[in-house]
Design a protein around this ligand. Structure first.
Ligand code: TYD
Ligand code: MG
Length: 454
């Protein structure tokens, strides 16, 4: 018997190598190559498995002006957050990947999506039985005869069902459980994932049916072995949030049909995920009792201004090395801020434990958060309660200077809308004070802010 043909795939980027080597040529990661058996028919795609007939017609090239486009034909879902994140609904014929950690609510979100649609949809699950999905639907308290459930993992059998049902939307939960008969390696391997996705892409483009794929991500926050998928699909969404919190955030990492950096916020309730229409209100706790160590940042998530509360706790280090820990904020940036405070403003925090937490379990990359972090840390270390109607939006540089941040008008407008009294921004930005109730405080450096507040 002939030896089966094997190749080595990088589990990080999906690059293919003819023989084993320590380092991937493509992404330069070490120890990521895994041997997989492939068969010759690897490039066969979805109709190869079924009964499709008239697919011998040659593709033809068109002039741009000859191509008619009906504003990309989108399916508008009942879920406004998802519509917005996708740039106005699900584009027909597109492939969307939804990544997220286990238990975050991916299956719930997409089942809910199907249950609320009036068009025919097919929810394929390789992880749960039909009964389990029914139980989930019962929890969401919704039933819909246009929503078909299939518990299967073979793409060939799935395509057979698709031909019968002819759904207008297909959900695959999850891509890592699928396998195609065209390839011998086990489900979840790079070559299987790649082949199944290629079949689904072909199906989606030929029938103009959108396909949503669920993908698991690993601890480091990458789609497990799915780097390659990110290039293949049209849109990559990331579903995140802390499992211990009820808030879930959906982000766009890539979108061929809309803006990235959009954001949708949900709340996980006993009856499924609920959209949150005014997120700023929830992310700021209503401080009846005033506590030191909190401040509010006027941040921006995508196009959306968001007021988020920062909490800091500074205490004398009990053990030799002071601890620095941050949740939702870059730990390296926290160290930088502490160094700036020490060097430029003369605060000795070197022997203190510093803990930082962003409420709601969300992650913020926006540099405008810097000043709010500084203020929260100083408020805790001096035990001075800040007026909780103050908010901050500025980046801090290594020299302790306060830098301007983008889209300031939007942030100010949001703070104003929510009844904040003062917003602290950089002195180098020009904003008109006229339209707002709140006072805009422009200060030059961290030292000035400290002098103003403490
Ligand atoms: P799930 O969608 O199964 O997560 P994933 O597919 O990303 O692994 O969601 C799992 C969590 O959601 C589980 O811990 C239970 C919770 N949940 C609710 O709180 N309310 C609900 O109505 C449902 C269906 C799930
Ligand atoms: Mg699931």
């Amino acid at each position: 018997m002939a030896k089966p043909k094997t190749v080595y795939f990088c589990q990080n980027c999906g690059a293919q190598h003819p023989k084993w080597q320590g380092q991937c040529n493509s992404c330069k990661e070490w120890n990521t190559l895994v041997e997989e058996v492939i068969s010759k028919s690897q490039d066969k795609t979805w109709e190869a498995s079924g009964t499709s007939s008239q697919n011998t017609k040659q593709p033809k090239a068109f002039k741009l002006s000859e191509i008619s486009f009906e504003t990309e034909d989108r399916i508008i879902t009942k879920d406004d957050e998802l519509n917005r994140v996708l740039g106005g609904g699900i584009v027909k014929g597109s492939l969307i990947l939804l990544g997220g950690e286990p238990g975050i609510g991916k299956s719930t979100l997409l089942l809910q999506l199907c249950l609320h649609l009036s068009i025919k949809s097919l929810y394929v699950s390789g992880e749960e039985s039909s009964k389990q999905i029914k139980m989930r639907a019962d929890r969401i308290q919704k039933t819909n005869d246009n929503c078909f459930i299939l518990a299967d993992t073979s793409t060939q059998r799935i395509f057979n069902q698709i031909k019968k049902i002819e759904p207008e939307l297909v959900i695959i939960d999850s891509i890592q459980t699928l396998h195609t008969e065209m390839i011998e390696s086990s489900p979840g391997s790079i070559s299987q994932i790649r082949a199944c996705t290629a079949e689904l892409i072909k199906y989606a483009k030929e029938t103009n049916t959108p396909v949503l794929l669920i993908g698991h991500i690993n601890k480091e926050g990458h789609l497990a072995g799915l780097k390659i998928l990110e290039h293949m699909v049209d849109t990559v969404l990331q579903f995140e949030g802390d499992q211990n919190f009820i808030y879930r955030i959906i982000r766009v990492q890539k979108n061929r049909f809309g803006a990235t950096h959009e954001l949708g916020i949900y709340e996980m309730q006993s009856g499924g995920l609920k959209q949150i229409l005014n997120p700023s209100k929830i992310l700021i706790s209503n401080q009846e009792h005033d506590l030191s160590g909190t401040s509010v940042v006027a941040t921006l998530e995508g196009m959306r201004p968001l007021m988020v509360e920062i909490q800091a706790l500074v205490s004398s280090a009990v053990y030799g090395t002071p601890q620095r820990s941050s949740t939702g904020y870059n730990a390296k940036r926290l160290n930088m801020i502490l160094a700036v405070l020490e060097k430029r403003a003369g605060f000795k925090l070197g022997a203190k434990d510093v803990f930082l937490n962003i409420t709601g379990g969300i992650n913020i990359d926006d540099p405008a958060i810097d000043l709010a972090v500084v203020v929260a840390i100083l408020s805790s270390s001096h035990d001075i309660v800040l007026n909780h109607r103050f908010c901050f939006a500025r980046e801090i540089g290594l020299a302790g200077e306060v830098r301007p941040v983008p889209r300031l008008e939007q942030r100010i407008a949001e703070a104003d809308k929510l009844g904040f009294e003062k917003i602290f921004i950089s002195n180098s930005t020009k904003v008109s004070n006229k339209n707002y109730q709140l006072e805009i405080v422009k200060l030059k450096s961290v030292v000035d802010v400290v002098e103003y507040l403490f």
